[in-house]
Design a protein around this ligand. Structure first.
Ligand code: NIG
Ligand code: FE
Length: 415
């Protein structure tokens, strides 16, 4: 697949208004002062007020941002973007009163997506996932995590992860892959959970890691999925290979998963509606990011809120993500998730914006390259036709006509 042939963003981007909390300037910039960002070789080289632009930049091309609001490229740190089929039937079942657990027990849920994913070829999965990814990119996403977990057998997990890598190359976006072989038990292992956990730990993970397909390892630790002991076995296998871990933790019940994940230095614990005080303290001590997924909370009509006040008071970084998946969060707008994080979870606007940028980058181990406008980083930023940063979380069902500089190339509407 060819790299995108979008125009280069090299040059001086003049007259923009970067969100101060999401920007590191190289020279002091007053709040209302027009700023500029210098891009060279696809990297941000200087950020500061137009009046202090280094003389060496005088001769390079100019792009007029016409006073646009500027944020770092958005980061979607938790998605299950690659799968076959869809599950609108479960939407109807839930509307008729069935719970997520009841749907799963009735043979729906993750296992029904496994069937459709196994039946699809690699090219078919790519063709299905590419427009989903494009929708997220069009809204300013510049880095994304994509999990496996709908294959649940080596060739099919490989197929999903290979599609994730191909998507990053074809669409020119940073993709972090996560192996989620421990998402559910495949039908052929019904009643043999230890045998499947062994397969995940001793065959699937080592093989896929050797192929360079695994940036992180995740587990769904839940009553309807993997126990705490099984989760720890997967974490041990990841640790042996030096691969960072993360966890679908305490979504439907408090399993003690967050504290376990923190002991393994997890990048993030995700969902965490039922997070305990001990789990929270362990995350704080380990520097683990809390990934909030309001799309799944909303779809499942959950009423048990994650402990936002306690996370805030403890200073645990909170990220916000789509959790795009065909069952519990068929969402393709990260800005909508920011809106829902404010409305449903009571995040402040600055928290929601950090949640889809800096903290999301941290949840992927990308804190040194993504999630901030700062020199020395690859050029990933978005120019928004908006007056105030709060508008990013305020509007919903609205795709602002933004200009996106992604991997040093210009996408979207030209300024
Ligand atoms: O993040 N909680 C488990 N995994 C997904 C749902 C997957 C599915 O239902 O297909 C989630 O919500
Ligand atoms: Fe998920």
């Amino acid at each position: 697949m060819n790299l995108p042939t979008a125009p280069s963003a090299d040059g001086v981007w003049l007259h923009l208004r970067p969100v101060p909390e999401l920007t590191v300037v190289d020279a002091p910039c007053a709040p209302d002062e027009p700023a500029c960002v210098v891009v060279q070789g696809g990297m941000v080289r200087w950020v500061g007020p137009v009046r202090a632009l280094p003389p060496a930049c005088a001769a390079i091309p100019r792009h007029d941002a016409r006073g646009a609001l500027a944020t770092p490229g958005l980061v979607d740190c938790h998605t299950h973007l690659v799968y076959g089929g869809q599950r609108a039937n479960e939407f109807a079942m839930r509307l008729a009163g069935a719970t997520y657990e009841e749907v799963a027990k009735a043979g729906g849920g993750i296992v029904s997506s496994v069937k459709a994913t196994r039946e699809a070829s690699e090219d078919e999965l790519f063709a299905l996932a590419a427009p989903r990814l494009q929708a997220l990119l069009d809204e300013g996403v510049c880095a994304i995590e994509i999990k496996s977990g709908y294959g649940l057998a080596l060739p099919h997990e490989r197929k999903q992860l290979r599609v994730a890598r191909r998507l990053g190359e074809a669409l020119g976006v940073t993709v972090r892959t996560t192996f989620l072989g421990a998402h559910a038990f495949p039908p052929e292992y019904a009643g043999r959970s230890q045998a499947y956990t062994d397969l995940v730990c001793h065959e699937m993970l080592p093989a896929l890691a050797a192929e360079g397909l695994v940036d992180a390892v995740d587990v769904f630790c839940e009553r309807i999925a993997f126990t705490l002991a099984e989760t720890e076995q997967v974490f041990q296998a990841a640790q042996k290979l030096g691969i960072p871990v993360k966890l679908h933790a305490e979504q439907l019940s408090d399993m003690g998963g967050a504290a376990l994940a923190a002991r393994y230095g997890a990048l993030s614990c995700d969902h965490i509606e039922h997070l305990s005080a001990d789990g929270l303290a362990a995350m704080k001590a380990a520097g683990t990011v809390a990934v909030l997924l309001p799309g799944a909370y909303y779809t499942l009509r959950d009423t048990h809120l994650p402990p936002i006040t306690q996370l805030r008071e403890a200073g645990v970084p909170m990220a916000v993500s789509t959790d795009h998946n065909p069952g519990t969060s068929p969402a393709l707008s990260l800005l909508l998730m920011a809106n829902m994080a404010c409305t449903l979870f009571r995040l402040t606007v600055p928290e929601a914006l950090a949640g889809i940028t800096t903290h999301a980058a941290r949840a992927l181990g990308l804190q040194d390259s993504h999630g901030l406008i700062a020199s020395g980083r690859p050029a990933n930023f978005v120019l928004w036709p908006l007056r105030e940063a709060a508008e990013l979380a305020y509007w919903f069902g609205h795709k602002p006509a933004c200009t996106i500089v992604r991997q040093g190339r210009i996408h979207g509407v030209l300024p």
